[in-house]
Design a protein around this ligand. Sequence first.
Ligand code: F6R
Length: 643
Amino acid sequence: MINISEIALLEYKAPGSFEETRYEKLHNVIVDSSSQGSLKIAHTIARLIIEKHDQDQMCVLGLATGSSPLSVYRELVRLHKEEGLSFENVITFNLDEYFPLSKEDVQSYHYFMHSNLFDHVDIKAENINIPDGEVSIQEVRNTCIAYEKKIDQLGGIDLQILGIGRTGHIGFNEPGSHLNSQTRTITLDHLTRFDAAPAFQGIENVPRKAVTMGIQTILNAKRILLMAWGSYKAEIIQKAIEGGVSAMIPTTYLQHHKNTTLILDSEAASELTRIKTPWLVSTCDWNEVNRSKAIAWLCETTGKSILKLTDEDYNQHGMSDLLALHGSAYDLNIEMFNRLQRSITGWPGGKPNADDQYRPERANPHPKRVIIFSPHPDDDVISMGGTFDRLVSQGHEVHVVYQTSGNIAVSDQDALKYLEVTSDLIEEKSNPQLEMLKKAFLETNPNHPAHRSICDLKGSIRKRESLGATRYFAIPDKQVHFMNLPFYETGMIAKNPISQKDIDLTVAMIEKIKPHQIYAAGDLADPHGTHRVCLDIIFAALKTLKPKPYMKDCWVWLYRGAWHEWDIHEIEMAVPMSPDQVLRKRKAIFYHQSQKDGVMFQGNDHREFWVRAEERNAASAKKYQAMGLAEYAAIEAFKRYFF
Ligand code: F6R
């Protein structure tokens, strides 16, 4: 029989019953990681299916699509395959479907649900219900009414799972949706279409409408679990939990439902008052992290530098108990000032023959063997180009390891250009390989994985661009490694799950170089994005390698990818850059030509990568300055990871 007892399941507790939930109007559970949260959700669903089965009843589930529930479905499939969980007594109703869109389209939610769940479990085909995106505009209303009726006739939804969009939508109930709304068509917001654009290969291909269950349909469910992963969702989660009920943030309607639990990873919860400024909510544990966090916040709130903060500032901002513990603002200010001052170093690999007691890195050994892991071929220079440059010029043996090929981010037009240049140069006009590539381009279909030969051509373009940048920073080609991790090589946006092969390749690379320093992209913004997957692979490799004696001498530093920077209190090494170094970094980024002037996967930020990098590094320098430290042109920031 399936074993689900070890994982604490998700039980509802009314918000307001605990001191720390002040400001909160929705019950929420914060978990360490999205994988842990997904296990809890999957096992809560499994428990309900079993309970219903034991009572000879059908279990009616409301299901969501999108990136958030992927790991939930993966675990449900595992429970079915390995632990005998049966879906024979399950009836499902999906929240929504794009309209119009064919069921066969890889972007349809029909396709999503079958490929991620239904095709791998024993659910009966007649028990699957998904809104119809194929019916005519004249018929769609009737199918919506029939959908509602069917849910009603089955006694309503027992358990509804939800994700949340950045507009605050649940299902596709965009801002303005009415509390009493039922299954219907809806016009999608621009932000929702923008977020879906990469999957559809451009916003112009994203359908403008969808069919969605209404707010009322969702609120009629007996139990609701909403999940949100990653800092990308932090802002909307804060509004949904702490704001008043508003049609402009439809998730707030869940405040009317008395059996809803939100499951958040720590990044998605990071904007909640009890997490961001716990001293404003209840008694705070004044450990070093909370002290630094509070003082950085106090500087920002009062607009003062650290050494100008007074007892009164602390008292007026909910920090009188901190003051009581430490005696005076003076001591607290000095402690924080020294901490920040000591994080600054122009010697990221350690300064040889110097006293390193208060430096972020050890002086010895010198020189060091260094690995810079870069998820895509360009994150190394975008995120830490200045530090990379310094490490090389200070004599360290720097290896760059590109984890994925980054091939899907090269446009067809760019790839075709290189193909045609090659074709112009070679004598033999009917070279079979070139012909095959040209044919593959003609057969390209955005709904199918790209042809292997096209992926290879695109991967090669990114490889050559990377070598341009690493040669500019003067490292020999033999210190540049391209792992082409298999999880990435699907030829599509959707990637494979991590496999042992990804981890083994990474273990072998670390073992070969035996580094004293590892830099990795600690990008937690999107738990399903490539950066996060690449980080999880490195973490798994480090775990495997931990017992090796040489790993005792290896320090790991995390940089942030193109989107966010570490908060000031998290920074443990700050590497300043002069204006000239900023220009060198810019030039290195420019070698990645295929990612310039209209990148394919820009995320929710329209600036080019080099602009983002420069603005971010300048902003970090400004923050240090505002807190009373020296004025630099730019700063790259790192946080140490202990394994
Ligand atoms: C999907 C759905 C949407 C998503 C939301 C979040 O069926 O109804 O509300 O849950 O857009 O999407 P992800 O999880 O991709 O961030």
